[in-house]
Design a protein around this ligand. Structure first.
Ligand code: TZP
Ligand code: MG
Length: 235
């Protein structure tokens, strides 16, 4: 099982069975990968461990069939147990995405070793403090959001006072400048946001519903990738 050569978080799909309007998760992943998505995260708050392992297996298979195992990263949200169990069954999963309240980054690193990927979403109200902490040296990228409030994750960006803090374009630009590791932005991101986001200097965008709930997920994924590539100042 080789490892990802170089992490590319430019077009990042987060997906679970609760997001697809009943359509198979693997089919949508296949379409996103063929449209040029570079990173896939399996995230489900309803699937069992076995279902998550099965989804991870299917995702790894469609990435392999597309000939993109070396370039498209496959990550699992939260579940270190699922990542380890999948890898022990020979499934090529490349790492984990955690939040600040999940298994600590240090522990993930101990179990996953140096070569696997660990991404983290920092709490919106603590982001600027967090990006200066020691954890950052153990991380591969930051997830930042939400850009807009989103029904997909209504508590995203919720502060101590219970109000959602969305990230302004000025804040996102500042994070991109200050962060020593790559930054991916999401939460309510739609096609129309891509040109503005691409100009902030961040390394990518992540979406759930803009692809998973689209009438034609492949077309939606293609449009997002093309928009990013057209406007991204880093390429
Ligand atoms: N993490 C922060 S916001 C979010 C996740 C998983 C959901 C984003 O969903 P959508 O549908 O792209 O707004
Ligand atoms: Mg989490």
């Amino acid at each position: 099982m080789g490892n990802i050569k170089k992490l590319d978080i430019s077009a990042y799909l987060v997906i679970g069975p609760e997001n697809t309007k009943g359509r198979p998760v693997a089919t949508i992943i296949k379409e996103a990968v063929s449209a040029g998505f570079t990173c896939i995260q399996i995230r489900s708050k309803v699937a069992s461990a076995r279902e998550l392992i099965q989804l991870t297996r299917q995702a790894a298979e469609v990435i392999e069939e597309a000939g993109k195992s070396d370039e498209v990263a496959l990550l699992v949200n939260d579940r270190l147990d699922v990542v380890l169990a999948a890898r022990s069954q020979g499934i090529k999963v490349d790492g984990i995405h955690v939040g600040q309240k999940d298994i600590p980054v240090k522990v993930c690193r101990e179990y996953l070793g140096e070569d696997l990927i660990i991404g983290l979403s920092a709490r919106a109200d603590q982001l600027f403090d967090y990006i200066k902490t020691e954890d950052v040296s153990q991380l591969d990228y930051f997830g930042v959001g939400p850009l807009h409030e989103t029904p997909t994750k209504p508590d995203c960006g919720i502060g101590e006072d219970g109000k959602v803090i969305t990230r302004s374009i000025a804040d996102i630009t500042k994070v991109a400048e200050l962060s020593s590791i790559p930054v991916v932005v999401g939460g309510g991101v739609k096609l129309a946001d891509i040109p503005t986001l691409a100009k902030t200097g961040v390394d990518g965008f992540f979406v759930v519903s803009a692809v998973t709930e689209a009438e034609n997920p492949k077309q939606a994924a293609t449009n997002l990738v093309n928009a990013w590539n057209n406007y991204n100042s880093k390429t």
